[in-house]
Write a protein of this length. Structure first.
Length: 341
């Protein structure tokens, strides 16, 4: 079968590899139809492995059809259309028992530590899958995992209907965050330095768009709301000055959620955080039972797919038309890979 195998920094090729072994207990084999790619995939290839364990088949955002099931699989049958949540949790540790499976003590991710869905076939635990609704295509379902990450982030932010919420960075995850926050009724301010991304954010539900190029980021946000600042600021850009700007922009008693991954430690004004009684929160991945189903529902009831997808490419063009534009910041939206060959 064809698969996208990452072997090291700038070392990825579409190779003929052996099909996965017959599924073991609690596992299924999926014939992958479509997979989406993101900045994590591009970064692991372009900058070197931080999350992946090469050699590994990439792909943590994918959907397809079951072709085989292993022993003790009772929720699915061959022929079922499924989407992957990618995160593999043990189900037994303290975090899993409390419903926070994304913090599992042995958490692993298909496409990072384990072989993923940028291959014609992949084995996956039954526990990582949901059925794809009949009214969704595989292309749409391939966006469920990243959308679930955004939905989990918005829940972690605590934003409520009618509250002002600024989202910094309308890239891959930021656009999904705007859509998820809009579904909760937030009064949204989209902040970026790219007008095309800001236009997308407005189509997804942002009431206001702020191009912060050449401006002080915190001041630009506060001017867009009022001098008090927004109730919530979600930092999704990952730029070095983003966390400090988010804390400076939010109103007294407000909440800041960090989503964008930082490449190094950052200095923050903790005195201001304390005397203004701010809440600083972070987020990781998603909880399949709560967030992936919400993502499937919103994909079927909103225009998010049409707004965020830039193109669909064949697997053979993964590097030149997918990972490289993402790594160089040239991608205009989400890129989906047709894995079927």
């Amino acid at each position: 079968m064809k698969a996208a195998v990452l072997r090291g920094q700038r070392q990825l090729s579409i190779e003929d590899v052996s099909e996965p072994a017959p599924p073991g207990p609690g596992e299924v084999t999926i014939a992958v139809s479509h997979a989406a790619i993101c900045g994590t995939d591009a970064g692991e290839w372009y900058h070197g492995s931080r999350l992946t364990v090469p050699p590994v088949i990439l792909g943590h955002e994918f959907a397809g059809e079951l072709v085989a099931i292993g022993p003790n699989v009772d929720r699915f049958a061959p022929g079922d259309r499924v989407v992957s949540g990618a995160g593999v949790a043990c189900g037994e540790c303290d975090w899993c028992r409390s419903g926070r499976t994304n913090l599992c003590s042995t958490y692993r991710t298909l496409g990072l530590e384990l072989h993923g869905g940028l291959a014609q076939f992949v084995n996956a635990p039954e526990s990582t899958l949901l059925r794809v609704p009949d009214d969704l295509s595989f292309e749409q379902a391939a966006l469920a995992q990243p959308f679930a990450v955004a939905i989990h982030a918005v829940k972690r932010s605590g934003v409520q209907s009618g509250e002002t919420c600024a989202v910094i960075g309308i890239g891959g995850i930021g656009a999904f965050i705007v859509a998820a926050a809009a579904a909760r009724g937030a009064d949204l301010i989209a902040v970026d330095i790219d007008d095309a991304r800001l236009t997308t954010a407005q189509r997804l539900g942002a009431a206001r768009a702020v191009n912060a190029a050449g401006q002080d980021l915190a001041e630009a946000i506060r001017r867009a709301v009022d001098l008090d600042g927004p109730h919530v600021v979600i930092e999704a850009s990952g730029v070095a000055h983003g966390p400090a700007a988010a804390l400076a922009a939010v109103r007294r008693g407000g909440r800041v959620l960090l989503v964008g991954l930082q490449s190094a430690p950052r200095e923050l004004d903790l005195l201001s955080l304390t005397v203004r009684e701010l809440e600083l929160t972070s987020t990781l991945a998603h909880v399949l039972a709560d967030d992936l189903s919400d993502a499937l529902e919103l994909l079927g009831s909103t225009s998010v797919f049409d707004e965020v997808v830039e193109k669909v490419i064949p697997l053979d063009q993964l590097v030149d038309e997918g990972l490289l534009p993402l790594a160089e910041g040239r991608a205009g939206g989400k890129i989906i890979v047709d894995v079927r060959g």
